[in-house]
Design a binder for this molecule. Sequence first.
Ligand code: ATP
Ligand code: MG
Length: 208
Amino acid sequence: MDEQFKQLHAGRMQEKKAQVLAAVERAQTERGIVVLLTGHGKGKTTSAFGMLYRALGHGLRAGVVQFIKGTHATGEITFLHHLGLLGQGPASQVQYHAMATGCTWQRSDWDADKPAADIAWQAAQRMLCDDSLRLVVLDELTFMLQYGYLQMEYVLQAIRNRPQGQTVVITGRSAHAQLIALADTVSDIAETKHAFKAGVKAQAGVDF
Ligand code: ATP
Ligand code: MG
């Protein structure tokens, strides 16, 4: 490698380091945030569970509400179950609720799903009032709002009034503008390609 390139590289790295250090210095506020993972690309729910496992790794308590249950038991939930971390009781490290009737992509029956959505929202509300939970994942919340199962004003109010140190992670496609406005961090995951569109079947460990 020639000397001139090495010097140029060292200079650029020095500049980068100074920028990062200045940004770290500026970020001094400590509080829970709202993370919104939306868009049509793959990676919303798995990213939310990545954050959940991070929190658990630090010994923190968390809550998860899944507003849509797919047809397969997912690896991320089965894994927590095997570790004995899941439950609805106060002693569980992860408070967990999945919508009972399972409003799914395949089937939707308002009369069965609306009461189940209300019960799931009650579970979410309890979590959003519990300051022992440092992370609350509301998986597929956007779907519930989009199709009128839950009312935006109640959802926004509960999230705004949560304990100061609690972080909320919301996932789902087509996030409403009011949710985007409320969130501190928004990732819009674009679908550049998806294997399913090329005929590849959904598989354990990759898609569920
Ligand atoms: P994942 O659970 O893999 O992180 P996701 O939460 O971003 O995906 P959803 O919109 O919740 O995606 O879709 C649920 C299921 O559909 C998952 O099995 C996921 O792998 C799959 N999926 C995600 N994005 C796409 C897509 N663009 N086309 C087809 N299938 C998708
Ligand atoms: Mg998802």
